[in-house]
Write a protein that binds this ligand. Structure first.
Ligand SMILES: Cn1cc(C(=O)NCCCNC(=O)c2ccc(F)cc2)ccc1=O
Length: 117
């Protein structure tokens, strides 16, 4: 059965752009640092520095489990990825640059999807 059948139409419509932009982010060439949670064995200081980790897989799970009650909650989690990235990485590092590139891509795509274009 279609898991969205139980969601009110209004909410389902609300969340459609969220699914679309998440798919676009996941398939972006610069998404590689953000697809999965940062590996804390590879980066042992990460959880000390970053109190609220976030990644695209986690957002996908929350979306599929209907944990977002509004677009704003979804957008906050996406922006948390990029804010965490700026906190932990130098701007001119490979991950830092990927974060800036993907943030700009997100904000542009999100505006297109939600400004009725
Ligand atoms: C957000 N962030 C990520 C990293 C980081 O180094 N992340 C993993 C890179 C290695 N992972 C991959 O290359 C990969 C992962 C999944 C996939 F499907 C394809 C490639 C470091 C600091 C930081 O703040």
């Amino acid at each position: 059965t279609n898991s969205t059948e139980s969601i009110p139409i209004r909410l389902n419509k609300e969340l459609a752009p969220c699914r679309q932009v998440l798919d676009d982010l996941e398939s972006h060439d610069e998404a590689w640092p953000f697809l999965l949670a940062v590996n804390t064995k590879q980066f042992p200081t990460y959880r000390k520095v970053i109190r609220n980790p976030m990644d695209l897989q986690t957002i996908g799970k929350r979306l599929s489990q209907n944990e977002y009650k509004s677009r704003d909650e979804f957008v906050s989690d996406v922006r948390l990825i990029f804010d965490n990235c700026e906190t932990f990485n130098e701007d001119n590092s490979p991950v830092g640059k990927a974060g800036h590139t993907l943030r700009l891509f997100f904000e542009t795509r999100w505006a297109d999807l939600t400004s009725g274009k």
